[in-house]
Design a protein around this ligand. Sequence first.
Ligand code: AQP
Length: 321
Amino acid sequence: MTRLSAITPSDRAQLGNHLGATRRWAREGSPDDLYFVSDLHAMTVAYNPVRLRARTNEMLAVLLATGIAPEAVFVQSALVRELGALTWVLECTCSFGEASRMTQFKQKADGQSVVRLGLLTYPVLMAADILLQGADEVPVGDDQAQHVELARDLARRFNTTHGEVFTVPRAVTPATGARIRDLADPTRKMSKSNPDAAGTVFVLDEPDLIVRKVRRAQTDNLARVRYAPDEQPGVSNLLEVLAACRGTSPRAEAESFTAYGPLKDAVAEAVVEELAPVRTRAREILTDPAELDAVRKAGADRAAERAAHRLASALRVAGIG
Ligand code: AQP
């Protein structure tokens, strides 16, 4: 069984990426799994090419530092030609209505004066990522489950129309940590590219900065520690983070606290402890660019080799190539 998932270097990896995704990839990984840095996905909004290259390398180092096997990683743009071809085929399988219904598209397009076409079509590129590698399972946080659903629909439709080429993938989401919220505004999810970084804990943040961010986390004036995401989103988010770090449940954690101060202290300590080994190892990896390049090259070769047969079949039955 092949699991495949990705992280976009739109900015630096954050705690939600770690708890909801990358930590699980490292823990649950099996020899056939594939995890990649989706640098092509980072181009859907205005970006700086020099920074994108640096973030891509940093993200690759974070994946390795989290414990993902070097044999399981690659950088998406190594397959830019193969993905370009399959994305076109899948775009011609997908309707405008399906693409424009994606919640993330609606959220990210909202308020932008210029909406790039790539922002609308990137879930189709994501479907190409998944289908090209024949993934069975796609471990993601809640926010990406809808995109995996689209990949399923496109795979089924293509197979029915042209012949069985693609494995139909399924999304798998974690019980806790599936949607870590922004510490400063718990009504929205924690994101790398949120312009206000006060509520985002980055994986490579120094411990004292993590402590400051957690201490400033928004709570409420109800003065009780309960896991009630609708009524007490800030407190519930802290409990969720604590539970994800400790491998417990938010409700069980709520029993141990009566005031917000001690809860924040416990969360800060747990997050610092959780991220410290990743930060230390990532720093080491980044001091050896030649080794990182070698991992990148080997990953590119493996991913291209896996993709070749499936792409050729898809193009053939679609009547092209
Ligand atoms: N807040 C979150 N809680 C739990 N899981 C999360 N993920 C993202 N945010 C949270 C999961 O992390 C994986 C990699 O995400 P991505 O880089 O592909 O894109 P994203 O979901 O758009 O992540 P961000 O951090 O919010 O980036 P920007 O700011 O660029 O939009 C995915 O499995 C995702 O579910």
